[in-house]
Design a protein around this ligand. Structure first.
Ligand code: SER
Length: 596
């Protein structure tokens, strides 16, 4: 048996010994990537560094990273897909390449000092080669040199042994994967990666290509290593479970559901599936709500994903026979916070918000769910729910489209999705389709415009602290190619004069043509120097600090811990204009602004 904490700790200790800097998990919300809603892989926040930008912590890194994978949402309910996952990873940014990467994984897994796995229980695959890149003979030879028998080395194509890019374009490459035999029976001599008893536990990606918009694979400036161990899966496998929900990460949740529903986990497949969906969705919702960027349920972007997760969980709770008054979502959320708050202190810190928002969303949905289900029963006489009907379920009864689709599927009825989108767009300027596109979209849209809006965000933050006071603290930031959005702590609506002052302050700094300087320091040093910003790194870690200095006035205009990118000089921003203000939550306001 190995405990969750022990596994995380061993992984970090091992790579620390191999001279890797341990970096913190970033927020789940990508700050500077308008093309993705959530961080979906350990390497996702490191894309600029894999492409060649210097990382302040060095060229050898390791961590565990919070990830949300929305692509798998339909698969949730099986034994090993999850919306929220933790990724253990180590990286070489143009430092070591194939041999050390493979040797490190082998040593960590098999050495007595570390996981002490019997090598007879391991098999590996390498990239088989195709028109874009050759068979990875080098990786195969390294495995052989470590004593892995030929019949335990498989070779598969792009589908299996290639990873990335995380969006449409970006760093990617062939990978070599390690599989663990989880059955009690003796492992067969010949390894078959398609046999479910061989479970993939580690993916070592040799990121040496950049996929271009045209679909070509160009060699990267530097050869990188990106490895990933899906934590839930590895923990289950190492403890001999085929079902991740049997591990300590989920058990308190399935037990909680057993108590609430008076049903047993592991008896009836349909009940099990519902319990797994509820546990998965509530856990993911807690991590999204508990993130320092504080997303709340809404009909847009991350908020929409969150809403879908909560509502789907609530619906399954009712289906399991769990009564409304039990507030199941919140009861389960408390358990999630208990399981994780030592590893992710932000959950403890933000737990009131997590419980309040969950409660609100559960109540809101509860008030319409029954009626909506009745309404739904009346529909689909001719085996189709048209766009108007699906939209009514959404707008009047709060049914996310995907829930209507799911209910319809159970009755073998179709839903006119295009018709729904049309209705939706007619009612709302910004559409859910926008959110959908972001899952598919390319990563790291670091266009000039994003950098400009990003620098403008720092100026806006500084301006608000001048105009409203130093209680103003960032709560969230989101940039698209068109506008910036900034959430911050402040109780009241800004009046006309405050808006004007803020705008003028920013435009004054733009006119002054101030340069932006980037430095690397430890978090401790940065804080002592007076830097602000949302950051997740610990005190000793090295980070980038962006400073805008006004030499004429001899003052620091803005100093923030931030990953960038930014423009070189404020004169590149043009004219700054605040276009909208809203309240997002108690004590938190939102501004949207553009550059003209
Ligand atoms: N990026 C790869 C993955 O997510 C390896 O870290 O599997």
């Amino acid at each position: 048996m190995i405990k969750a904490n022990e596994l995380r700790q061993k992984f970090l200790d091992f790579f620390r010994e191999k001279n890797h800097a341990i970096i913190s998990s970033t927020s789940l919300i990508p700050e500077n990537d308008p093309t993705a809603l959530f961080i979906s892989a350990g390497m996702h926040p490191l894309v600029p560094n894999l492409l060649g930008e210097k990382h302040p912590a060095g060229t050898r890194l390791a961590n565990f990273q919070k990830c949300i994978r929305t692509g798998d949402i339909e698969e949730i309910g099986d034994l090993y897909h999850h919306t929220f996952i933790e990724m253990l990873g180590n990286w070489s940014l143009g430092d070591y390449f194939k041999r050390p990467a493979i040797e490190y994984s082998w040593e960590f897994l098999t050495s007595k000092k570390w996981l002490n796995i019997n090598p007879d229980k391991l098999g590996v695959t390498v990239f088989a080669g195709d028109q874009d890149a050759p068979l990875d003979k080098e990786a195969r030879d390294i495995w052989i040199s470590l004593g892995v028998p030929q019949e335990r080395i498989g070779a598969l194509g792009k589908e299996d042994n290639w990873w990335g890019p995380v969006g449409q374009t970006g760093p990617c490459g062939p990978d070599t994967e390690i599989f663990y035999w989880i059955s009690d029976q003796r492992p067969p001599k010949k390894f078959d990666p398609k046999d479910a008893r061989w479970v993939e536990i580690w993916n070592n990606v040799f990121m040496q290509y950049n996929k271009t918009k045209q679909g070509a694979f160009e060699p990267l400036k530097q050869k990188n290593v990106d490895t990933g161990m899906g934590f839930e899966r590895v923990l289950a496998a190492l403890n001999g479970f085929q079902d991740d929900y049997r591990t300590e990460l989920f058990k308190p949740l399935t037990q909680g559901l057993e108590n609430l529903s008076e049903k047993k986990y592991g008896v009836d497949e349909e009940t099990d599936k519902m319990m797994r969906i509820i546990a998965d969705h509530v856990r993911a919702a807690v991590f999204i709500l508990g993130d320092d960027y504080g997303v709340t349920p809404s009909n847009l972007d991350q908020g929409y994903i969150l809403r879908r997760l909560i509502r789907r969980a609530v619906r399954y709770c009712r289906q399991l026979g769990i009564e409304v008054k039990t507030n199941a979502a919140v009861a389960l959320a408390r358990k999630v916070v208990e399981i994780y708050s030592k590893t992710y202190p932000e959950l403890e810190h933000n737990k009131d918000r997590v419980f309040n928002e969950l409660q609100k969303e559960e109540d809101k949905f509860e008030s319409t769910l029954e009626k909506g289900l009745k309404e739904f029963q009346k529909l689909g006489k001719d085996r189709l729910i048209d766009g108007k009907e699906a939209f009514k379920l959404f707008s009047t009864y709060g049914f996310p489209l995907e829930m209507t689709q799911e209910l319809a599927q159970e009755k073998n009825i179709k839903v006119d999705v295009k018709g729904f989108e049309k209705e939706y767009q007619g009612h709302q300027k910004l559409s859910r389709a926008g959110a959908k596109q972001k899952f598919k979209g390319g990563l790291a849209d670091e266009t000039e415009q994003t950098a400009r809006l990003h620098t403008a965000t720092h100026l806006l933050h500084a301006a608000l602290r001048q105009v409203l006071g130093s209680h103003v603290e960032q709560r969230g930031s989101n940039i698209t190619a068109q506008r910036l959005r900034f959430d911050f702590v402040h109780d009241e609506k800004l009046n006309h004069e405050q808006i004007k002052k803020t705008q003028d302050w920013v435009n004054d700094k733009i006119k002054k043509a101030l340069s932006i300087k980037c430095e690397e320091k430890t978090v401790k040093q940065a804080k002592e120097d007076g830097a602000i910003g949302i950051f997740t790194q610990k005190y000793g870690e090295r980070v980038k600090v962006y400073t805008i200095h006004d030499p004429g006035a001899k003052e620091i205009v803005s100093m923030e811990i931030c990953g960038g990118p930014h423009v070189q000089n404020t004169k590149e921003l043009g004219h700054f204009e605040i276009t909208k203000q809203q309240a997002v939550a108690a004590g938190v306001r939102r501004l949207k602004a553009v550059l003209k």
